[in-house]
Each structure stands twice: as structure tokens, then as C-alpha cells.
Ligand binder design. Sequence first.
Ligand code: BT5
Length: 226
Amino acid sequence: MSAVPAWRAFEELPSTNDTARDWLAQGAPHGAVITADRQTAGRGRQGRSWVAPAGALALSMVVRDGLDGLLPLRAGLAVAQVAGSAARVKWPNDVLIDGRKVAGVLVELVDDAGAPAAIVGIGVNVAVDPLDLPPAVAARATTLDLPPAQLRPFAASLSEALLELLTASSDEIVRSLAARDALAGQHVRWAGGEGQASGIDRDGRLMVRGDDGELHQLSGGEVHLL
Ligand code: BT5
């Protein structure tokens, strides 16, 4: 296992991604990790918010190497590996257990004085009481239901798993994803049509065999299970 080079743990932050971004600008090394036990302004994608009450792990890693289209999925896989055999990765950035969201990933690309870098933000309901989530979120969420004392060990295992997966080849990641793919074989709808999800390619695109018979390679956006 790779050792995390630097770690800063906070009880509460607005968003670990923002703190990690500041740290990156000050020279944080590849693999540096920021955690918070609670987040007051956690972000999801596309302006959505991420709720992180007590028992939710908010973790951000500074990534300087291994930036590719698989990056959010590497993070999802890391969560799934630590969360256990029931966890599935839902393209492009969720981790589900029994069809409910237990974790979300937000990758933000950063230009660090001309060098590409990224902040990989991961929120995991490690020890969350679902009653502490807004009802609309709780209806589609789940928790690992671990004791609060497991938050730090979980964060350490997750960081090590992610560091390791950042160095794995695209083929290895594609193979691991195939074994954990929440959408594989499912009928899905996306902005451009409907079809059957047929795996994830080496560039992190979701392949969908459309009802029109064409193979579509989706590189972003939302898909909904039908
Ligand atoms: C995500 O966005 O799922 C990315 C979440 C990333 C959060 C981490 S925490 C550490 C770092 N710092 C940050 O500020 N962010 C990152 P998206 O796919 O857009 O999903 C957002 C949606 O997930 C919301 O609109 C809710 O429906 C749902 N959601 C919010 N909080 C949740 C929770 N705790 N558990 C399950 N679902 C949740």
C-alpha cells in the first residue's frame, strides 16, 4: 500500500475541495489529503449540494499524476473497495449499495501554474444517521452504518486505496469496474435517447447500446435507470 504523503484533518470545513485547492496552490504534494468530520457548504456537481452531517466523511485528495478520463471512476472504485463487496460504482461518480447512494465524487480540474492537477473530492456516508439527512436526500441514500470511531480508519484506507488505483493501468481499472458496474445490462435513459448500458471504456466513457441499435459512448452528463 502507498503511504499518504501529507494529511490535514479538520472537524468542520465549508468544503474540503476548497481547502485542498488552497493547499495545492501552496505546493501540496501529489496524494495530500484533507478531511473534515462535517462540511457546511459541500458541493456536488452542476451546482448541486452535498450534505455532510456528523458521521459523513468528506475527503479531498490533491492529484498531480494519473489525470485521465477514468479519474472519478478510480475514486469510486476506491470507495467501493473499502466499503465492501456489496458496493457498486454508478457511472460517472456515484457509489451505491442496494441501489442507494452511499458516496459521491466531485473531481475539479485545476491549472497549477501551467501544470494540470485535480482535486478529487469524495463524500461517504460512513456513520451517518439517515435522520440527519434532508428527507428528499435520505429517500435515495444509504449509510455504511459504521461506528463513528471508524471514520478515521476508513479515511486512511480510502486514501491508500485511491493512491494505489491512481497508478493502475486503464485496463486494470476497466476490469475492476466491470465487476462493480451498477449500470451494466440495465436499461438507461440519457439526454440523447434510451438503451442498454454496456460497460465503461478506457477513457471512462459509458457505452450504451441504444434502442436505435447504435453504440453510443457517453462522456459526461446524467443517466437514469429505467
Ligand atoms: C456528488 O454530486 O455526488 C459529488 C459529491 C462530492 C462530495 C465531496 S465531500 C468532499 C468534497 N468537498 C465537497 O465540497 N464536495 C466533495 P452529484 O452527483 O451532483 O450529487 C449530488 C446529489 O446527491 C444531491 O443533489 C443529493 O440528491 C444527493 N446527496 C447529497 N448529499 C448526500 C449524501 N450525504 N448521501 C447521499 N446522497 C446525497
